[in-house]
Design a protein around this ligand. Sequence first.
Ligand code: MG
Length: 240
Amino acid sequence: MDRPLAGNCIDYAAVGPIALATGMYCLPVLSEETSAVTNIKNIYCVGRNYTDHARELGNSPEGEPIVFSKPTSSLAQSGVVRLPRLLENIQFETELVIKVDKTCSGVSESFASQAFQQIAVGLDLTARSLQKELSAKGLPWLLAKGFDNACYVAPFVTKPAHMDDVCFSMHINGDLAQRGRVTDMLFSIPRILSFISRYITLYPGDIVFTGTPSGVGELSSGDQLELCLEGLCVDSVSVV
Ligand code: MG
């Protein structure tokens, strides 16, 4: 299902469940200029997948992947991240993102390694102060990770033959902010997909953020970000 346009929602009460179920109504699609975020179905994320990042936040690596999700409404449109007015200390987490293209339910790591053909660089934006506050109370992180514009994904590209060699980075105002390598992940991408698929069926169009390396920090309005994959700048983002 394509992402609906903001402010162009169906009135479910007026339409009724039978009309929806029989396909009498369909959701509107994004306009051309926002095509980078169409066809994304579910957004899953893995936390603490790099030892150095887990330690910089005072956490210990876990024995199994930490999985959470973001609503598709959190997807920022191409080229711009709008900082929320009601939240502060919005931190960037630069991550390799994969797009699932095969249905995965209880799959092996071997199957999972063939279940995605496209990768991208993305930003898992986090309202860090709120996340710490919620975590301390044992409450869900949703508002700290799922607010509008909390998810940015550069255009997807075909994955290279050797995924282990993939590196990515993000620059802020021309300075290197974060750099990560697939070989430094605690849990490999096939392991992550296999693990999630034990509990949640992954479908074509689902995307998975695979965790951030160290170097997370706060974004400011006016920052200009460059997202790089394999040493090449693949996207530019203005923070407003
Ligand atoms: Mg993250």
